[in-house]
Write a protein that binds this ligand. Structure first.
Ligand code: CP
Length: 324
């Protein structure tokens, strides 16, 4: 496999290999010198047509830790504003000798098109496309869950069988929710979506998860609750829920958090809208893994780049970094 487009494309063994390789990468990050020579002489372009803080910066950190040459492209300030197409932009970058493209785009399917059109030869990694997929987010979330619920060493080689994860909020516009439902199901976890009926997509009944409208009933039964941001930028203004009505039914405050089992964690992919889907008290509590998820994102993105570009032959069977 040369590309990472969708969490749904990963088998259970692929996903566990990425999580285990990310643990090896985390050991590199614990060393005084955090770099590996794996991608020396290789060039990776970060092609961002949509805003990002965490994903863009953590991909760049991961690429630099693997000694790649890094080119950062932001559509803002580029010739995209003059009408240049995705194809021409990608071919322009490839002409400069690019081995991999990390792409974020507001159009669902843009990374798939780039990978399968024959426009370029580079490996393609999806860093979030529209409301469709964000596979490295799902992988870093699974990594965080495995560490917290199974253990850093005990988790090696393990999946998330039997773990219960509740995902709450704007599922309709969430590539994070879609990717997580796919990957968590592959890894054996049980997922429940909790959302207002207006923020659930058509066809959700066919997804491999349960659907509920009652957050208070779901919380005592879960090992992790994942809060989603209400994505106003993808909504018609007439359909914005008010902060007060939304947070009353679907927001996580300290009283609601107290309904969780003692071992359960609170996750958020970021960016958080404090006061809407999560209160500041919960976001800043020791149970919230939002900052830990960001740190884990670097390990996961190193692992994905390492497995796609660093090894010989099939990307997902390349040797582990410990062998270098
Ligand atoms: N979680 C996430 O994708 O955040 P950014 O939009 O800041 O990259």
């Amino acid at each position: 496999q040369r590309h990472l487009i969708s969490a749904a494309d990963l088998s259970r063994d692929d996903a566990v290999l990425i999580l285990d390789t990310a643990e090896e990468m985390a050991r590199v990050a614990d060393r005084p010198i955090k770099k590996l020579p794996t991608l020396r002489g290789r060039t990776v372009v970060n092609l961002f047509f949509e805003d990002s803080t965490r994903t863009r910066i953590s991909f760049e950190a991961a690429e630099k830790r693997l000694s790649a040459d890094v080119i950062n492209f932001s559509a803002k300030g580029s010739s995209v504003s003059k009408g240049e197409s995705l194809k021409d932009t990608a071919q322009t970058l490839e002409a400069m000798g690019v081995d991999a493209v990390v792409i974020r785009h507001s159009a669902s399917g843009a990374p798939y098109r780039l990978a399968n059109s024959g426009w370029i030869d580079a490996a393609v990694i999806n860093a979030g496309d529209g409301t469709h997929q964000h596979p490295t987010q799902a992988l870093l979330d699974a990594f965080t869950l495995r560490r917290r619920l199974v253990g850093r060493d005990a988790g090696l080689g393990q999946d998330l069988s039997g773990k219960r994860v509740t995902i709450v909020g704007d599922v309709l516009h969430s590539r994070v929710a879609r990717s997580n439902v796919d990957l968590l199901h592959t890894l054996g976890a049980e997922v429940t979506l909790v959302a207002p009926p207006t923020l659930l997509p058509v066809g959700v009944e066919s997804w491999p998860c349960e659907v509920s409208y009652d957050l208070d009933a779901s919380l005592p039964k879960c090992d992790a609750v994942m809060m989603l941001r209400v994505q106003r930028e993808r909504m018609n203004a007439a359909f914005f829920p008010t902060e007060r009505e939304y947070s009353r039914r679907y927001g996580l405050d300290a009283d609601r958090m107290a309904r969780l089992p003692d071992h359960a964690v609170v996750m958020h992919p970021g960016p958080m809208v404090r006061g809407m889907e999560i209160t500041a008290e919960v976001a800043d509590s020791g149970r919230c893994t939002a900052v830990e998820q960001v740190a884990n994102g670097v390990h996961i993105r190193m692992a994905v780049l390492y497995l796609l570009l660093g090894g010989k032959g099939s990307a997902l069977t390349s040797p582990r970094p410990a062998e270098e």
